[in-house]
Design a protein around this ligand. Structure first.
Ligand SMILES: NC(=O)CCC(=O)C(=O)O
Length: 260
């Protein structure tokens, strides 16, 4: 059985949550019309990296962005995911959430590795929980941008049994080859689907690279966007993971006794 995934590769207006929500809306509706069952939005898709204004624009987990995601999920019977600037008890987080078709929050993952090159460590707290969640009956994982540079972090999610890695990002254009190569490596070494959404456009400091991508557990790129706004659609059959994990049983052949 396949699942239709839609990756919304969009521009994000810096520090303008309501504008970004309104700009995402028609794209999400188009994705639904195309048959999407799972909709993936970028990292910090309502605020961008306006970190110094998070006191004004970050929201608690019942804020307007979450209400919108819940309503869309219920109205269109889809799962919807993306990271949102979170404010909790005076602390700020870059938090990846997912809502199922009943509007239940099935993922609440705070970015674990903060990216110094974009000043995250100055403004944000890091999370310390994994991003595993269940999509229909399939265990998957969700992480945020810089997290993909830490193969051991991704591996811990895969050792829990995840069959797919969802990634949301604001990944700058000058390093887009790192993005592609790291994601392909994470797919091959974990024999997992990788479903990754990057933004496009620019803010005051960075131009972003697009190239949202879907990679199968053999490492083949099965769908890839360009550098402009785009809805990237892809059918994914999560059951393909088993056959590849049987053919080359890396999870059985691991030698954790040697790795510490
Ligand atoms: N938003 C991010 O975490 C960017 C990570 C990045 O650009 C990298 O090179 O790593």
């Amino acid at each position: 059985m396949t699942t239709t995934i839609a990756i919304i590769q969009m521009h994000i207006e810096l520090g303008k949550p309501e504008t970004n929500r309104q700009q995402a809306l028609p794209r999400i509706k188009d994705a639904v019309l195309e048959g999407a069952e799972v909709i993936v939005l970028p990292e910090l898709w309502t605020t961008g990296y306006d970190l110094s204004r998070f006191d004004e624009i970050a929201e608690p987990l019942d804020g307007p962005t979450h209400q919108m995601m819940i309503e869309l999920a219920k109205q269109h019977s889809v799962t919807i995911t993306g990271s949102v600037a979170e404010k909790d008890n005076g602390h700020f987080y870059n938090t990846l959430v997912a809502y199922d078709p009943d509007g239940n929050r099935i993922l609440n993952y705070r970015k674990a590795h903060l990216f110094r090159l974009m000043d995250e460590e100055k403004y944000l707290n890091s999370g310390n929980q994994k991003g595993n969640f269940t999509l229909n009956d399939t265990l998957v994982a969700g992480v945020i941008c810089y997290d993909i540079r830490f193969p051991e972090w991704i591996r811990t999610h895969m050792l829990n049994g995840a069959r797919a890695l969802f990634v949301v990002a604001e990944w700058p254009k000058p390093r887009v080859e790192h993005w592609r190569n790291i994601l392909i490596s994470r797919a091959i070494e974990n024999q997992s689907f990788v479903i990754a959404c990057n933004r496009v456009g620019a803010d005051e400091n960075n131009e972003f690279g697009g190239h949202s991508i879907v990679i199968d557990p053999w490492g083949n790129v099965v769908a890839e966007a360009g550098e402009q706004e785009e809805i990237l659609l892809c059918e994914v059959d999560f059951s393909r993971v088993e056959a590849i994990r049987e053919q080359i049983p890396i999870f059985q052949d691991r030698r954790p006794d040697l790795y510490e």
